[in-house]
Design a binder for this molecule. Structure first.
Ligand SMILES: [Zn+2]
Length: 152
């Protein structure tokens, strides 16, 4: 198991947190969804919920929506309180140039399998095994590739 947000190998749980920023006639929202480690769940919950409580309800739609966002976040968070913490000393993975070189030949197949609807965690694990890397490193590279595509 590894965290889909920071990549650390630790127990994870599926969560979906929402944040809303109301601005009278407009609103800006974002969400964080996926299997996350306890540290990321904790951090995301407090930042998303705090911002929503502060400025989430300013606006026509927002004032209706914000309480649902906060309620969802609180319920999700409470359900996670019993989960095991990130093991002491567990660090998010890092990517060196050598890791990237080793992983690169496998990434084509990685994306093909994702397109085929396979489970992200499973595909990441298989790819890591073949490339002699950790699943967290596969995820790190995967996210880096997605980010670079967004910029184009
Ligand atoms: Zn995490």
């Amino acid at each position: 198991m590894f965290c889909q947000n920071c990549g650390v190998e630790a127990p994870t749980k599926y969560v979906a947190f929402y944040q809303n920023i109301g601005a009278l006639v407009m609103r800006f929202s974002r969400s964080m969804e996926g299997h996350l480690c306890k540290s990321c769940i904790h951090r995301t919950f407090w930042s998303y919920t705090g911002i929503t409580l502060l400025v989430g309800w300013l606006g026509m739609i927002s004032i209706v929506l914000a309480p649902f966002f906060v309620l969802n976040n609180v319920v999700r968070y409470l359900l996670c309180l019993s989960m095991p913490a990130v093991p002491l000393g567990a660090m998010p993975p890092t990517l060196t140039e050598a890791d990237v070189t080793r992983l690169e030949p496998h990434m084509q197949q990685f994306f093909e399998r994702l397109d085929g609807g396979e489970d992200l965690e499973q595909v990441a694990q298989d790819t890591a095994l073949r490339a002699n890397a950790s699943p967290g490193q596969v995820m790190l590279l995967f996210r880096a590739i997605l980010e670079s595509q967004k910029e184009e």
